[in-house]
Design a binder for this molecule. Sequence first.
Ligand code: AMP
Ligand code: GLY
Length: 420
Amino acid sequence: MNVLVVGSGGREHALCWQLAASPLLGALWCAPGNAGIENEATCVALDPLDFDGLVSFCREKAIDFVVVGPEAPLCAGLVDRLDADGIAAFGPRAAAARIEGSKGFMKDLCARHGVPTAAYRRAASLADAEAFIAAQGAPIVVKADGLAGGKGVVLAETEDEALDAARAALDGAFGEAGVELVIEEMLDGEEASYFALVDGETVLPLETAQDHKAVGDGDTGPNTGGMGAYSPASAMTPALCEEARTRIVEPLVRGMAQEGTPYNGVFYAGLMLTADGPKLLEVNARFGDPECQVLLLRLKSDLLAALMAAHDGELGDFDLRWRDEAALCVVLATEGYPGDYEKGSPIRGIDAAEALEDVTVFHAGTAHGDAGVVAAGGRVLGVTALGSGVAAAQRLAYDAVDRIDWPEGFCRRDIGWRAV
Ligand code: AMP
Ligand code: GLY
């Protein structure tokens, strides 16, 4: 089979790395990819939102299956468009990807199907926002409805702070994403994630994984897309996984099928483990990045067969096998991230890091410069290791990190601390 992966981050590198090992694979392409993905796939300079370009490319190269990595093309309808042109693709259609693309849609869906989540109100005007903030009181959470790259959420300690956040979003701080708001009760507890493959009906759990969102050691500083991840994540006990599946994910998947917008793809549930049990904070319609890197390093089964089964509605007969070892990923980012940063600094020593047994370096934001690989993004590399447990994987990952010579980069030194 000829396969095209859409995207350019560490998640897509991990997807290509696993797909390249599939006995079902013919040619592997990635649009647009990065300097590391070139080791597994042929990269083609097409934007994930250039649907016409992607469809023409699929025809020209006789692509049989497309794997869409990021949320933006999913929410914009890439899977619908490919399907209309007779090209099979992994990922939800636009109507189902709204579960990530519109927080209000997700909350209403929870309300209709009895899924535990924070009390909320949708607001499209400052008057609506004021009324709910006054009724609910602080602390309170104000969210832009649409995709805001993880920046559209304000945890307000006072009503004034909440009103300021609502005003800023409605005034266009997040563009289109903020023309509507979700305002919700502040929940208390530890956060955890639950991952599954879904084929429209069947929910097939994946292994557990946890990322670290804050930029600094000890979970300090501003939030990022994720500075590292580890798997398994002990906070998600088998009992909690069962509860997340039966009380949250399966009711939503059943509800979406009943409503005529069945969900196919990765279902990534962000949970708050409250005193009253797990409650749904958000849904992502894709693999997490860098959670994907640690999950796929542990996957023993054929990823391509699993993704095709999710597309074909055949997960019911499917079983996934995982390595017993733990995996841990340390993200190297450019100095300045998640704020402004420079591009183009040279990175040396990636080969030396990868020369260590059980280490894989996934590229997130790299390009080819005059003298080798250079940084081309905020998150740049995901140094990922397997070990007999999380502590062993952590030691090996940092040994590998220390072989990389990149003065303009930085990383957290405590990835996995909760599990070690
Ligand atoms: P979201 O994109 O909706 O997951 O929100 C981003 C982050 O804000 C989450 O990972 C939580 O840390 C925090 N958050 C979101 N909603 C709530 C809530 N209702 N109560 C407490 N924290 C929240
Ligand atoms: N690591 C969090 C995410 O991919 O959304």
